[in-house]
Write a protein that binds this ligand. Structure first.
Ligand SMILES: Cc1cc2nc3c(=O)[nH]c(=O)nc-3n(C[C@H](O)[C@H](O)[C@H](O)COP(=O)(O)O)c2cc1C
Length: 275
């Protein structure tokens, strides 16, 4: 059965309640044997994970030489203490703890082979990370709004995990105001140390996985977010996921087109106020 016949049959047989956009998407992104041949031929890990990066700018912040604060909490304890925190102390986060948080949540993990060192030199990156990614494509990029972190100017950055660089997006007060106004958290966010923004690059993952790419990118965002939740707990911090924001307003501040790249989730991290 060819693909078109398959889809017609599928849509005719579903219950009316399932004819909503989300269910139509889900049903039509299921793998069936008849559709598998339409996926792009499997290419190697290295081809997919090779992403050329931008040239460093003066206002970017290098974290490579920052020594992180090693944390001693056991994994079992980290899991047990994690809960959503919405009330933060008006403190600042040290640069070393912030660096540790990024390294744990979205760090690279394999030792560099000499071939990888050459690729890094050539502005291509192939290392694995602390979370899984379908096809090792890593469509999710992490952006950070550094609100109160020592030695890091208040502003919005894109984090490049391979080089441990915060690439400056904007420090303009107007942009920051627009950013904060586009979040409907329903609680006080002004004491949070930082906001982690998960952005999906759809193009690369869609090339390989077609309609299923959407599911895979969102799952990846969940993996990275959980890494941040647990890394925050391990470092004595609290975090909460935020899904209430005006997508386009955030994308405008981040300078994303909203089509090839869009925000898919957000997280806030700070020092828990406690009882
Ligand atoms: C995808 C996702 C989106 C969420 N969005 C919000 C949100 O917009 N605002 C909020 O206060 N909490 C949000 N939460 C946190 C949930 O309310 C919270 O995880 C849930 O109440 C369970 O509590 P716990 O995390 O302390 O175990 C979100 C959680 C997830 C997983």
């Amino acid at each position: 059965m060819n693909k078109d016949k398959h889809e017609v049959k599928l849509l005719q047989n579903i219950e009316p309640y399932a004819k909503t956009l989300d269910m139509l998407y889900h049903l039509n992104s299921k793998y069936t044997r008849g559709l598998m041949h339409r996926l792009s031929p499997r290419t190697s890990f290295k081809q997919h994970s090779t992403i050329a990066r931008t040239m460093p700018k003066e206002e970017d912040i290098q974290l490579k030489n920052v020594s992180g604060n090693p944390c001693n909490t056991t994994f079992k304890d980290v899991l047990a203490i994690r809960r959503s925190i919405r009330d933060f102390k008006p403190t600042r986060l040290s640069k070393s703890t912030f660096t540790e948080l990024l390294r744990m949540a979205v760090g690279t993990i394999h030792d560099e082979t000499s071939e990888e060192k050459d690729e890094i030199k050539n502005n291509k990156f192939t290392q694995g990370r602390t979370y899984p990614s379908a096809g090792a494509i890593y469509p999710i990029e992490v952006y950070v709004f550094a609100q109160s972190i020592d030695e890091i100017a208040r502003g919005i950055y894109r984090y490049e995990c391979y080089t441990e660089t915060l690439v400056s997006i904007t420090k303009e007060q107007k942009d920051i105001e627009n950013f904060l106004n586009s979040i409907m958290a329903g609680f006080d966010i002004q004491n949070a140390h930082c906001f982690i923004l998960f952005v999906s690059n759809w193009r690369t993952i869609k090339e390989k996985y077609l309609a299923r790419a959407y599911r895979l990118a969102l799952l990846e965002a969940g993996h990275v977010a959980q890494n941040f939740c647990l890394s925050a707990s391990a470092n004595g911090l609290g975090s909460v996921m935020i899904s209430s924001y005006y997508d386009k307003e955030i994308e405008d501040v981040l300078k994303l087109d909203g089509i090839n790249q869009s925000i898919v989730s957000m997280q806030i991290i700070g020092e828990p106020k406690g009882e």
